[in-house]
Design a protein around this ligand. Structure first.
Ligand SMILES: NC(=O)c1ccc[n+]([C@@H]2O[C@H](COP(=O)([O-])OP(=O)(O)OC[C@H]3O[C@@H](n4cnc5c(N)ncnc54)[C@H](OP(=O)(O)O)[C@@H]3O)[C@@H](O)[C@H]2O)c1
Length: 181
């Protein structure tokens, strides 16, 4: 079975994935037609499950919408003891180091994973466990907030697979990890 860890995320020009208050209203700063998903459905069709950090999970729970995910969601947290009753058949708590977390998830038959949340993505990058990243850049400077990237123990080379411009405003870049070096 193919093992792959992928990122699909939006960022500000200055590298933040939410504003200082954890808000993502800036994602509405560009009008996106309802029938344009910017590759999201194709991307999620190719994954078995999501892996998200506790903050992202709590942010989604706070939205006044139905649960938006069709695939199982594994929530990383050392502080949560359980998933709220309302989401127990949709989301599952996992703990441990990143390799231990991956082993638990792979053992459940989920090997193509969508990794979400800044700290979470960073913890996978620290172990060189991200294989591809689809990043949509919004033309905005947020000035602060949770970051997409942080310090790493070393250099990680990626290659650009594709670059698309949406609505003359958003640049979406698809990067694949180049481990040939
Ligand atoms: N722009 C976008 O497309 C986008 C996408 C996703 C999220 N967001 C936004 O980003 C913000 C959340 O991102 P974030 O960087 O603050 O946090 P996050 O990655 O969602 O969550 C961080 C938390 O996840 C847990 N965690 C992460 N890695 C772990 C590991 N290896 N082992 C155990 N636990 C681990 C820890 O929880 P404990 O403290 O419980 O141990 C950690 O504090 C939200 O505001 C959300 O709205 C934006």
């Amino acid at each position: 079975m193919e093992k792959k860890n992928s990122v699909y995320i939006a960022t500000s020009l200055d590298g933040y994935i939410a504003d200082r208050n954890g808000g993502i209203a800036w994602l509405d700063s560009i009008q996106i037609p309802e029938n344009e998903d910017m590759g999201y459905v194709n991307f999620t069709n190719e994954i078995d499950a999501m892996v998200m950090g506790r903050y992202t999970f709590e942010t989604v729970l706070g939205f006044d919408v139905n649960w938006p995910y069709k695939k199982p969601v594994f929530v990383l947290s050392n502080s949560l003891n359980e998933i709220p009753e309302s989401h127990r058949k949709k989301a599952y708590l996992v703990k441990g180091t990143v390799p231990q977390i991956l082993e638990q998830i792979h053992n459940q038959g989920c090997t193509r994973l969508y990794i979400d949340g800044g700290v979470t993505i960073q913890s996978f990058l620290k172990e060189d466990l991200i294989d591809e990243m689809i990043i949509t850049f919004f033309p905005i400077l947020l000035g602060g907030g949770p970051t997409l990237f942080s310090d790493l123990p070393g250099t990680l080379q990626f290659e650009l697979v594709e670059s698309k411009v949406y609505f003359n405003q958003l640049v979406q870049q698809h990067f694949r990890r180049n481990r040939k070096d």
